[in-house]
Design a protein around this ligand. Sequence first.
Ligand code: ADP
Ligand code: ZN
Ligand code: MG
Length: 481
Amino acid sequence: MSREDYEVVIGLEVHAELSTKTKIFCSCPTEFGGEPNTHCCPVCMAMPGALPVLNEKVVEYAVRAGLATNCSIASKSKNDRKNYYYPDLPKSYQISQADMPLCMDGHIEIKLENGEEKIIGIERIHIEEDAGKLNHNEFSSGSLVDLNRAGVPLIETVSKPDLRSAKEAELYLRKIKSIFEYIEVSDCKMQEGSFRADVNVSVMKKGSSKFGTRTEMKNMNSFRAITRAIEYEANRQIEVLEQGGVIHQTTLRWDELQGRTYSMRDKENAQDYRYFPEPDLGQICLSEEYIENIRKSLPELPESRKARYMNDFKLSEKDSNMITSSKFLSDFFEKAEKTCKNAKAVANWISSDIAKIVNEKEIEFEQISFSPESLAELISLIDKGTISSSIAKKVLEEMFETNESPKTIIEKNGWVQISDEGAIKEVVLKILENNPQSVADFKAGKERAMKFLLGQAMKETKGKANPQMLNKMFAEEIGKM
Ligand code: ADP
Ligand code: ZN
Ligand code: MG
């Protein structure tokens, strides 16, 4: 048997830090970074006797996430203690949700590379608190604990084991990330750890209906690492099975540099956590009306924006997909469109010239320093004939570098298109006078001679002459000769 005889099964547990102003059970700020242990208080530092109070915004954000992923929202849910010991979790338990999560039975759609839509089930979304961080100090022999992150609210989104390849896992993660960005529940900054996934992988013989035993890789925060780790782990499991071995349910660590997984510990069972209802918090009871109000306040999601771009602006499906894949880009597009009212041009600039420069610079669209209004200004200047589109490309390059407005860049470089009739006439007369042979050739029916004359005029004006006016003026003046 070979790799082709097996099917990979993947389920993801995504942790997203919510962008509420304050923590889940106290009023400390959730802001990333800061001097160690400056964003904490007796509650999130787990001082004995300190009591948690549930932040209502956390519930609201989690309900938003649940509704945006087609979950049903529980009218009654509760918090539970999940007991475990870690040096960065001074309470020795995490307040999470066990058997009564806030959101259940959802799904999202992903678009596969072959164009097919696939529905991926979501088992649940629950709320919980993040742990602190250990800073391993190279110079002293110990580690230092920073509790700024302790108590930052998280939602954990648990997928059904519906994913069948590393690529599907990546598409699912990107979709969840973009939904959370659109509904503004999390900034989803993977490099800051505010969007990370536990990756569960198993393999089974093709056609089988019985899943294999899974292994789990925790806290992964890059798409590249996740896809590589899934490929590696699936191949490793297949090899073990092919040699007659068995897979044990374990937690693994992915080593990005070496490109392999290591066993960290045997998987603990739910019993080991000794979950019990959090005695310091009451049940979470939500009215129909509360849930409906949140549903009504949900912003427009990527699918709907995409449809609107294709219908209202007549953009291609490809451009609409590309622009709506990121909330940043989609907002950028809309703001620019609003200002210059030329949707097609905005989409073109984004998907061709801007995308090209972003690629070359190896940056993300989010890092573009100029505003959508500046792009709109650039487009309006072309539409008004102030600059030609080839000059506009040069202006765009400078916009990436200098942050100045297109107008400033154009003035500074003297790039304004010459559309003054007198000035154009002057140039045309000069070129005609200097090139009598070409004029004669043109009159004798040689079309190419006109090309040459136009080229000379463009050279004379450093590409700034308005081409339509130039054409017309040459025709007029030659006609008089
Ligand atoms: P735990 O907290 O013990 O990891 P959860 O129920 O929170 O358990 O998450 C289990 C995750 O593992 C889910 O995303 C689920 O889809 C996935 N999963 C379950 N069984 C398998 C399997 N056989 N192969 C791959 N993934 C699996
Ligand atoms: Zn606190
Ligand atoms: Mg898990």
